[in-house]
Design a protein around this ligand. Structure first.
Ligand code: ADP
Length: 162
């Protein structure tokens, strides 16, 4: 049983993330999408909201579980009996950081392998923060985020403006 853990903030999940998750389902027996609880960051959505949006967007994918974690990623991966950390790679911007993280995680546990999947061309420049900025100023995010997320974003910013 080959399980991959796909970690991230997912604030919120985008079509770029979903594309990686769908492709990972063709390679792995199980894909655990792990939402990072990071007190240092100020997210737009709560962990609960982010997990709900991920669950909604991956409902058609039987192999996917959505969980949250804090602390060291390698500890979470070990607890889930997984051996693979899955990362999506966008244009050059992700490389430096991901290279560093992969090296640190390998040092912490050499039995866990980080595997990278290249982004699809359509989503090469898509990020959660770009989506949030667009939505904040009333821009259309259709095609950039799953349908359930589009509604949540609209809701969030219209509530905030009241
Ligand atoms: P973001 O940078 O959008 O806030 P996260 O921290 O939630 O994203 O990212 C989780 C993982 O998904 C990381 O491995 C990141 O490189 C990857 N990822 C994010 N956006 C994309 C995309 N558009 N295409 C491929 N991978 C992506």
């Amino acid at each position: 049983m080959l399980t991959a853990v796909y970690p991230g903030s997912f604030d919120p999940v985008t079509c770029g993330h979903l594309d990686i998750i769908e492709r990972a389902c063709r390679v792995f027996d199980k894909v655990i999408v792990a939402v990072l609880i990071n007190p240092a960051k100020e997210p737009l959505f709560t962990v609960q909201e982010r997990m709900e949006m991920l669950a909604g967007a991956t409902r058609h994918l039987e192999k996917v579980d959505v969980e949250s974690f804090d602390g060291l990623l390698v500890d979470f991966v070990r607890r889930r009996d997984a051996r693979v950390i899955l990362k999506g790679l966008r244009a050059i911007s992700d490389f430096d950081y991901e290279f560093q993280m992969a090296s640190i995680n390998r040092k912490l546990d050499p039995s866990i392998e980080t595997i990278f999947m290249m982004t699809s061309n359509d989503y090469a420049f898509l990020s959660s923060s770009a989506v949030k900025n667009l939505a904040r100023f009333g821009g259309c995010v259709r095609g950039l985020v799953p349908g359930n997320v589009e509604a949540k974003l609209k809701n969030k910013f219209s509530t905030d403006r009241r």
